[in-house]
Design a protein around this ligand. Structure first.
Ligand SMILES: [Fe+2]
Ligand SMILES: [Fe+2]
Length: 372
């Protein structure tokens, strides 16, 4: 939703008072909950919040926010603080000033009608995705209901049921089955696949923490996603004929043409994955910075960032691995071989970052060795 749309909706949320005025004037009308946390006159006088009445909510494992009738946040329970770590302080802000951009216009209207007009017994439920630059997307069901069962409730509970993990597991299970199927054909080991995930995630983290301003596309979601999707880079080999995949000795030109198709096949297979990174990695992990790669001879930054990262991870691991047709290369020899391809095969900036943290690649390899 655009900021303009959001402003319009928020303006409609009468009767909202300007925040400053509201703070200077009498505290918001406080019912049981408000009084308990010190917003009511009595409690304010005593200056000793008595959260006892909130205990059942405050200690809930579900993240919970309490809002007043104007959708101004009264407080959050520890689970909620934990979920939205890194978000601005919420107390006394309007709910939609913080969360408005994560809701559909229609939902905001309905929530308003629920609270002001008592629609559906002052209760609402829906879903949303919440994220910030430092926080991976949280998919959550949202429940809003009165804090007290009274005729005209003054405070409401907003409960977030985090279903991110549940949804992620469901989605990934399908794609992991595909990966398992492709591993039956390919002679790459499961350990190779896991290591490529680890290296890629580590490289992305380094870019995020050390060079974040130069890589605005890298956020918590990017790191989380590449740490899973890097393993899918060769999933398209499921469509490559066995005699080409397992051929000992050099491939003919025609066989190479067929072999290269695994990038496009992978992109096709992964096109149903909700994040385009999956497709980008499968399609472009054999592209080269100088335009000499395949399948489309993309050059430089035309190659998606995730694919440039996975390319470094995949090649490093391929060099370290012992195969039937080649011995394992030492860490030092692998690094110097790769550094010699700075700006030809590899992104010259990314390969420097790889160089800085190369020891960690070695540790990942050693900690996840194949049983050979
Ligand atoms: Fe590949
Ligand atoms: Fe690979």
């Amino acid at each position: 939703m655009s900021d303009g749309e959001l402003d319009t909706i928020v303006e409609e949320l009468e009767p909202l008072e300007p925040l400053e005025e509201a703070e200077e004037e009498a505290p918001p009308r406080a019912g049981l909950l408000g009084r308990a946390i010190g917003l009511g006159k009595d409690a304010a006088d005593e200056r000793s919040p008595t959260p006892v009445a909130l205990t059942p909510f405050m200690s809930s494992i579900f993240p919970i926010l309490f809002v007043d009738r104007q959708l101004r946040i009264i407080t959050a329970n520890p689970a909620c603080d934990n979920l939205f770590l890194g978000f601005p302080r919420m107390a006394r802000k309007y709910f939609f000033d913080i969360f408005g951009k994560f809701f559909q216009v229609e939902d905001i209207r309905t929530i308003r009608e629920t609270i002001v007009g008592g629609k559906n017994g002052y209760s609402w439920k829906g879903e949303t995705k919440i994220k910030s630059h430092d926080m991976a997307t949280v998919q959550t069901r949202v429940y809003l209901f009165p804090a007290e069962v009274v005729r005209d409730p003054g405070e409401f509970v907003v409960m977030f049921d985090d279903v991110t993990e549940e949804n992620r597991r469901l989605l990934r299970t399908v794609f992991l089955s595909l990966l398992e199927a492709s591993k039956l054909k390919d002679n790459d080991t499961g350990r190779h696949i896991a290591r490529v995930n680890y290296y890629s995630k580590r490289l992305a983290e380094e870019l995020f923490y050390s060079l974040g301003s130069q890589y605005p596309a890298i956020d918590a979601d990017f790191i989380e996603n590449i740490g899973f999707l890097a393993s899918m880079h060769d999933v398209g080999k499921i469509g490559t004929p066995d005699d080409i995949l397992n051929k000992e000795g050099p491939l003919s030109d025609w066989e190479w043409t067929v072999m290269r198709e695994h990038t496009k096949n992978g992109a096709f297979i992964l096109s149903t994955y909700p994040n385009p990174m999956a497709k980008e990695i499968a399609l472009a992990h054999h592209e080269r910075w100088d335009g000499g790669g395949y399948p489309f001879q993309l050059e430089g930054e035309m190659i998606p960032l995730a694919a440039r990262i996975v390319s470094i991870a995949d090649v490093y691991d391929a060099l370290r691995m012992r195969r039937s047709y080649k011995p394992s290369l030492s860490h030092e020899a692998s690094v110097s071989k790769m550094m010699a391809e700075r700006g030809t095969h590899f992104d010259p900036f990314l390969i420097e970052v790889f160089h800085i943290i190369a020891d960690e690649f070695d540790k990942i390899y050693e900690a996840n060795r194949d049983n050979d």
